[in-house]
Design a protein around this ligand. Structure first.
Ligand code: FMN
Length: 428
């Protein structure tokens, strides 16, 4: 044990709409765009006393040979619009929108986020993402105009300028920087939280530095104990250079979970869910991303294709490049041979997204272990069912965390900043 008081766990709920965790074939799966779905998940999260509800963003549907990938279900309402509607039917739950800093303007976005913070009485958060790919850029006037290296330069100045607008409390702002030259007056008083909570998602060196300088929360990918501890230590170490304390930035990996009556039941369910998450078409689409050729005739239940990938292919659009295709293919072939896996089994192995599997008490103990041992400060839970996927967690796991004394039984604050134990920003 660490010999210090128990850390309190922070919990957020990711709306499982467009991602490769969601299982659309499950009969319990409902619409990803009807308001009733968003409301169901938000009300469940609030019943569970969660810190916040989280919406991801994708500004263009991803395509494979001109077809929409089967997991990128068509339709995704604009995040802040949805959160404004949820503000009216929830009371304490934080409301976090993912909004791109590359394809928006600071004045406009500062205004929309301040509006959400006012309407929700201090519950707004902004997850600052930075995609610069030309595929997404084609939807915007400038196209893919920003180099990878410049994304965080713009994002950092964007956040600084948004904060100047929020602090100005209706006074004029004059900002002359390398990215933005703006004179403007935000037509709103200072938001209730001072600054809406800023979240960062992105893992490069530049992304980590940006988070250390400017973010209140990091949405990370590092969900195992060892990787989480390494990431936690790395990012928290960077804070001092910006005059910040380790507690000023909360690290919340995105995690999935599968519950069962016993650990064995849960593992059985988890295997079924993984097969449903990676159907034959999904397995082939994943492979095409690396091979760069049409593999629709390839048998997903057979071995990997005998031919090598074609580097620099534009076949699959809108997916992050995974690296050098020839190297990746060699690595995948070695794994498939070593473990005797078919194509689809290999993709299941490579894209496994189940972080916590077991009975409710096993999962509660594991989550707690991660937080007490500084692999995380909390979690953004990504259920596999829309919108009922959080119900079992709130009914079964939350009470066990409360019994352990590591999760609130009632909200003690009103604002998201208060839920997260974050300092109020100076200024204003
Ligand atoms: C956990 C996580 C979640 C993300 N969610 C989104 C998202 O919802 N929408 C989006 O456009 N980008 C999202 N991103 C992408 C990042 O904002 C960023 O563009 C990408 O990670 C590349 O930046 P990096 O080189 O710093 O990692 C996410 C990244 C991570 C790590």
């Amino acid at each position: 044990m660490t010999g210090r008081p128990l850390k309190q766990i922070h919990l957020a709920a990711h709306f499982p709409g467009v991602n490769n965790t969601t299982v659309w074939t499950d009969p319990a799966s409902r619409s990803q765009i009807e308001f009733s779905s968003f409301r169901h998940l938000a009300e469940t999260a609030e019943r569970g006393k969660f810190d916040f509800f989280f919406l991801a963003e994708g500004l263009r549907l991803r395509e494979v040979k001109g077809r929409i990938h089967d997991l990128d279900v068509v339709g995704r309402p604009e995040s802040i619009t949805v959160l404004n509607a949820l503000a009216a039917v929830t009371d304490r739950l934080g409301l976090a929108a993912t909004v791109n800093a590359t394809f928006n303007e600071p004045y406009e976005l500062a205004r929309r986020l301040a509006s959400l913070d006012h309407l929700s009485e201090g519950r707004a958060a902004w997850n600052v993402v930075t995609s610069s790919d030309a595929f997404t850029g084609e939807n915007f006037r400038r196209g893919g105009y920003l180099d990878r290296a410049d994304r965080y330069t713009r994002a950092a100045e964007f956040v600084r300028l948004a904060r100047e607008f929020w602090d100005a409390d209706g006074a004029q702002v004059r900002h002359a920087g390398p990215q933005f030259d703006v004179t403007g007056t935000l037509s709103l008083p200072r938001p209730p939280q001072g600054h809406p909570v800023v979240i960062q998602a992105g893992d490069s060196e530049e992304g980590r530095e940006f988070a250390a300088s400017a973010a209140d929360v990091i949405f990370s990918r590092h969900s195992t104990l060892e990787a989480g501890q390494a990431f936690h230590a790395d990012v928290k170490r960077r804070l001092a250079a910006y005059g910040r304390k380790p507690d000023d930035l909360k690290i919340m990996p995105g995690v999935t979970y599968v519950l069962g009556d016993t650990d064995a039941d849960a593992h059985e369910r988890a295997a079924e869910i993984r097969r449903a998450q990676v159907g034959p078409r999904t397995a082939i689409a994943f492979l095409e991303q690396v091979w760069g050729v049409d593999l629709s005739d390839h048998d997903p239940d057979g071995p990997l294709p005998a031919a090598d990938p074609v580097p620099d292919s534009e076949l699959v659009q809108g997916r992050t490049r995974l690296g050098d295709p020839l190297e990746i293919a060699a690595r995948w072939r070695a794994t498939a041979a070593e473990k005797n896996l078919t194509t689809r089994e290999l993709v299941i192995e490579l894209t496994g997204r189940q972080s916590f599997i077991g009975s409710a008490s096993t999962v509660a103990a594991q989550l707690d272990e991660h937080v007490q041992n500084d692999a995380a400060d909390g979690f953004i839970l990504v259920p596999h069912l829309t919108p009922g996927g959080l119900d079992d967690f709130v009914d079964q796991v939350v009470p066990l965390l409360q019994e352990r004394g590591v999760f609130r039984t009632e909200y003690t604050g009103r604002t998201l900043r208060e839920h997260l134990g974050l300092p109020s920003p100076a200024g204003g």
